[in-house]
Design a protein around this ligand. Structure first.
Ligand code: OVM
Length: 403
């Protein structure tokens, strides 16, 4: 270690928690207070990285894309020094000016009017799944709702070939694990990644996408000369990586939130106009994407702490979303609050491209549940699937008490 590295790290509180260990990933909320209280910026010596867990520093770091760049990867791997596990995303792992061009293309593909057109069909699917679940009473909230609903609507929205569900789910869990270290959690999914990656690569080709989905919309940008054919394929890959596992766990976490807070379900039934706020509060309270990294593009001082150029900085979105400096009763799931400013979708130029799709999916599920279900009761302990980035449920035994 160089003299300057020692000096630059003096005055930085060191945190000795394995933030990619099983116990932390299973229940990150148990340790978030320690992270926030350590200081506005801390050092995680076991990984040689900086961390931020307070809302002010997390959101300011996300806002400052020039200092805290994405093109060296938004995981632990520094793309400037090590080979990424796959060719970098042209959105997530890109900086302006490239990011401006690619994001501009995608903003036109994933837009409100195309989402509005999909509402009736989505609502029918959600109604059907919920009616079936209510008839059965006790169900698995993950298999039967949180996963079943996105699996019904996502492939058609993109225009994907049939039969790729398992590949898509496996690919996404590898991609989100790959932001963390090469621990046993990563290795478990990476072993099975080959066939999933092959299916995804196949599905991203122009010839394999139907002509009416968002995939074809991306290739239309290539026809207009706004990106190359191969860039279009890589942009479709972003939709497939980021569009399914995220919404599945977002809906699952929302069902979990209501099963743990029955009073909030009563309140929503009394005041259905609150429905549009619910998903954002659910994401604040239990963020699907718990963390993302940035890389310092220069020496920078944050809250009195010197962060050297090239440092990886781990941003704890889930902890920022429960920071008592920002939120009153931060630990409470409260659908009447304004969750605006939460960083569950990120913040700044990279803020989630699919957020309107995610909100609409959650809204359709809630629309289906609200008139049919009087109570959402736990029917056993939820099962966790450990992931280096996602707070993910494997199973959620719940009972829908009919209206
Ligand atoms: C991407 C992407 C975007 C957001 C999240 C993500 C794996 C991937 O562009 O491929 O997670």
């Amino acid at each position: 270690m160089t003299e300057s590295a020692v000096v630059s790290r003096s005055g930085v509180p060191n945190v000795d928690i394995d933030v990619f260990g099983d116990a932390f990933l299973a229940d990150p909320y148990a340790r978030h207070k320690e992270l926030r209280e350590a200081g506005p910026v801390f050092y995680l010596s076991s990984y040689g990285i900086y961390g931020m867990a307070r809302h002010a520093e997390v959101s300011e770091t996300l806002r400052d894309w020039q200092t805290f760049i994405s093109s060296r990867g938004v995981g632990l791997t520094d793309f400037g020094k090590e080979e990424p596990w796959r060719p970098p995303s042209l959105l997530l792992e890109a900086d302006p000016p490239l990011h401006q061009r690619t994001r501009g293309i995608m903003n036109e593909v994933v837009n409100l009017s195309s989402l509005r057109a999909l509402r009736p069909v989505w609502q029918e699917h959600a109604n059907e799944l919920v009616e079936h679940a209510v008839a059965r009473g006790t169900i698995d909230g993950v298999d039967d709702i949180a996963q079943a609903f996105p699996l019904r609507i996502f492939p058609a929205t993109i225009g994907l070939p049939a039969g790729g569900e398992d590949h898509l789910l496996r690919y996404a869990s590898v991609a989100f694990n790959a932001f963390g270290p090469r621990n046993h959690i990563f290795e478990n999914t990476a072993n099975a990644a080959g066939p999933a990656a092959e299916w995804v690569a196949m599905a991203c080709e122009r010839a394999n996408l139907n002509s009416s989905g968002w995939g074809a919309g991306v290739y239309a940008a290539a026809d207009e000369g706004r990106c190359t054919e191969s860039e279009a394929g890589r942009l479709v890959r972003s939709l497939l990586t980021a569009g399914l596992d995220t919404t599945i766990n977002g809906i699952g976490n929302m069902l979990y939130a209501f099963s743990q807070n029955p009073g909030q379900w009563d309140k929503l039934r009394e005041e259905p106009r609150l429905l549009k706020r619910v998903f954002d509060e659910s994401l604040r309270w239990d963020s699907t994407a718990q963390t993302f990294f940035r890389t310092a593009s220069r020496d920078v001082r944050v809250a009195g702490v010197d962060i050297p150029e090239g440092s990886k900085v781990l941003l704890f979105l889930g902890a920022a979303n429960r920071d008592p400096r920002k939120w009153s009763d931060a630990e409470t799931f409260d659908i009447t609050r304004s969750a605006s400013g939460h960083v569950g979708f990120g913040f700044g130029i990279h803020q989630c491209l699919g957020q309107m799709m995610a909100r609409q999916e959650a809204e359709m599920v809630l629309n289906a549940l609200l008139p049919r279900v009087r109570r959402i009761e736990p029917a056993g302990d939820p099962g966790r699937v450990l992931n280096n980035t996602l707070h993910a449920l494997g199973s959620l035994p719940i009972t829908f008490v009919p209206d």
